[in-house]
Design a protein around this ligand. Structure first.
Ligand SMILES: C[S@@+](CC[C@H](N)C(=O)[O-])C[C@H]1O[C@@H](n2cnc3c(N)ncnc32)[C@H](O)[C@@H]1O
Length: 212
C-alpha cells in the first residue's frame, strides 16, 4: 500500500516509527549475524583511522560502535531516539540528526560510506541521485558497503512493523547492481541474501564496492 491513508511523508513515517520502536528494533536485531559478516569484510579492507560516513546508523550497535573503535565516524539518522541510543553505544562517533537526503559534504571527505538496512526506507526515486552524491563525497579508492533491496517495491507502508507503521521502497537486485555501477562504483561483491524467518520474504542485496 502506498502511503495514501496517513497523509504523512515517507520520512515522517520512518522518523516517528523508529522513535517508537527503537528499543524493540535493537533487541530484535541483536542476534542478526549478517551485518557482522559484511562489516568484517569492510574492516579488513579499511586502513585504521579512516574517515567513515554511516547513513541510518540506528542505535549504533554493533556497527557504529565497531567502526568508531578504529575509525573516525560521522553517523547520521533521522530518528532522535535512535541517535540517543547510538550516543550510548558509540560515544566516539560524530552523530548527526538528519534525513540522509539533506546531507552535504565537501568532495573527497570519506574513505568509506556505509548504509546498513537504511536505503530501503528512502523513496527509490531518490536512490540514483543519492548514490551519485555519495560517490562525490568519497576519496579515490574509497569503499561503499550498502544494504539494498533484493525485490521490487515502488513504495509501501507496513502498518505494523515491530509495532509501528513503516515505509519501504526499493528496486530489485539487478536494477540495483546496474544503478551502483552507473554511479562509477566497481562491485567487489553483490550478494542477494534471504533473511531469516523473523522477517519472512525479506531479501536484500549486500553491495561492497570501490570508487576508482
Ligand atoms: C532498519 S534500521 C537499521 C539501523 C542500523 N543501520 C542497523 O543496521 O542496526 C534503519 C535506520 O535508518 C534510519 N533511516 C531511514 N531512512 C532514513 C533517512 N532518510 N535519513 C536518515 N536515516 C534514515 C532509520 O531511522 C533507522 O534508524
Amino acid at each position: 500500500m502506498v502511503d495514501a491513508g496517513s497523509g504523512l511523508e515517507p520520512i515522517q513515517i520512518v522518523a516517528e516509527g523508529y522513535d517508537e520502536i527503537a528499543d524493540r528494533y535493537l533487541d530484535w536485531s541483536a542476534t542478526a549475524p549478517i551485518r557482522l559478516r559484511y562489516l568484517e569484510q569492510l574492516l579488513e579492507l579499511l586502513a585504521p583511522g579512516s574517515d567513515v560516513l554511516e547513513l541510518g546508523c540506528g542505535a549504533g550497535e554493533p556497527v557504529t560502535r565497531q567502526l568508531a573503535e578504529r575509525h573516525r565516524v560521522v553517523a547520521a539518522d533521522v530518528s532522535r531516539r535512535q541517535l540517543e541510543l547510538a550516543g550510548q553505544h558509540a560515544p566516539q562517533a560524530q552523530l548527526v540528526l538528519a534525513n540522509m537526503l539533506d546531507l552535504a559534504f565537501p568532495e573527497a571527505s570519506f574513505d568509506a560510506v556505509v548504509a546498513f538496512y537504511s536505503l530501503t526506507h528512502v523513496p527509490r526515486s531518490h536512490h540514483a541521485d543519492l548514490i551519485g552524491r555519495i560517490v562525490g563525497w568519497m576519496r579515490p579508492g574509497g569503499l561503499v558497503l550498502l544494504t539494498m533491496g533484493g525485490l521490487d517495491n515502488p513504495g509501501t507502508v507496513e502498518e505494523d512493523w515491530l509495532g509501528a507503521p513503516m515505509y519501504f521502497s526499493h528496486f530489485d537486485a539487478p536494477t540495483n547492481r546496474a544503478l551502483i555501477q552507473r554511479a562509477g562504483v566497481r562491485l567487489l561483491s553483490a550478494d542477494t541474501v534471504e533473511e531469516d524467518a523473523r522477517d519472512a520474504g525479506a531479501r536484500f542485496l549486500w553491495v561492497i564496492g570501490r570508487v576508482d
